[in-house]
Design a protein around this ligand. Sequence first.
Ligand SMILES: Nc1nc2c(ncn2[C@@H]2O[C@H](COP(=O)(O)OP(=O)(O)OP(=O)(O)O)[C@@H](O)[C@H]2O)c(=O)[nH]1
Ligand SMILES: [Mg+2]
Length: 218
Amino acid sequence: MTTCDLVLPCRDEGPALRDLLPRVPATFSVIVVDNGSRDDTAAVAARLGARVVHEPTPGYGAAVHAGMLAATHDLVAVMDGDGSFDPGELLPLLADVAEGRADIAVGRRRPVARGVWPWHARAGNALIAAWLRHRLRMDAHDIAPMRVCRRHDLLALGLLDRRFGYPVELLQAVTRAGWRVSEHPVAYHPRAVGTRSKVSGSVVGTARTALDFWKVLA
Ligand SMILES: Nc1nc2c(ncn2[C@@H]2O[C@H](COP(=O)(O)OP(=O)(O)OP(=O)(O)O)[C@@H](O)[C@H]2O)c(=O)[nH]1
Ligand SMILES: [Mg+2]
């Protein structure tokens, strides 16, 4: 029996999903949000039993928000769909929220090898997290690429960003709302072979994302 929805925002992640979906623990009901993929992301997801939601508006935030609206369980998890995370590592995060120890549980990336997380992407990420800890006393060290919380509580925050600023806007909002945050180290693997980096693979990609982050910092 499933107890939590798992939203996977995906843009051209077909090769990653082939390996990732069979490894998702049975407690999760998977929703793949296909955001204008040109590869077989939707077909692979459907074939492997995931619910597929199509979101026409491009952007990470647009995909995650569409997944939140499509979710039906009280508990909802979000994770990148590019193979860089192990879905089994969501279970301790889910337990924290389901058992009332936290209002949101987040993952803190631990690269499994040198070069998995390029210096420019890691630096940009560390800068934003340090800023939020300094400005808002945020209780986290990463921008929550893996997270679990209650669906209604999240939607009640009324997050507006539909691009890569979404997780930063989320962390600002939960910190301001006084949510209890628990953080767990999670292994960060290279994205799946056969998929293309959209962010950290280039300085331009990182710069564009850093701009998205900056826009939501109020
Ligand atoms: N649906 C959708 N998903 C996106 C979009 N951009 C990124 N994603 C997905 O969001 C997740 C995180 O994006 P990534 O591209 O992995 O970001 P990253 O991990 O910082 O950088 P790379 O893995 O190097 O690209 C992945 O599953 C992507 O497929 C988008 O515009 N629409
Ligand atoms: Mg990635």
